[in-house]
Design a protein around this ligand. Structure first.
Ligand SMILES: [Zn+2]
Length: 127
């Protein structure tokens, strides 16, 4: 599985504390309650910079995807998933053949723990 090794920094430490617990954390606006993507720095609805972390349910729909071809390995799929809470997150889509991925496909998060790196979210078909 070609999930890359990622390391935390100050901006991502809380996110990876979440993935280590098996939680996909997203941002929630303290002012209006809107959800936004983990990397958001301000609320997309009201522009408030006061964002807290909250655990997403971990389910969503594939919005778009691309098949990545690598030399010497099987192709893999990177997709954009619209979470049920609305934010879009980019992650690898696993456990499905690239040709079987389709828009609107229901997916659920799981976590891969590459040796030496942080746990990273991936999505697989929700059945
Ligand atoms: Zn807001």
């Amino acid at each position: 599985m070609p999930v890359g090794i990622v390391h935390r920094d100050a901006a991502t430490a809380e996110f990876f504390d979440g993935t280590a617990r098996g939680e996909l954390l997203i941002r929630r606006c303290r002012a209006c309650g809107a959800h936004s993507a983990p990397q958001a720095r301000a609320c997309p609805r009201c522009a408030s910079p006061e964002l807290s972390w909250t655990a997403a349910a971990g389910t969503g729909l594939v919005v778009s995807w691309s098949v990545v071809h690598v030399k010497g390995g099987p192709p893999f799929v990177v997709g954009i998933v619209e979470l049920d809470e609305e934010p879009w997150v980019q992650a690898q889509i696993v456990e499905v053949a690239p040709e079987d991925v389709h828009g609107g496909m229901r997916v659920r998060v799981a976590f891969e723990r590459p040796e030496g790196g942080e746990a990273v979210p991936v999505f697989h078909p929700a059945s």
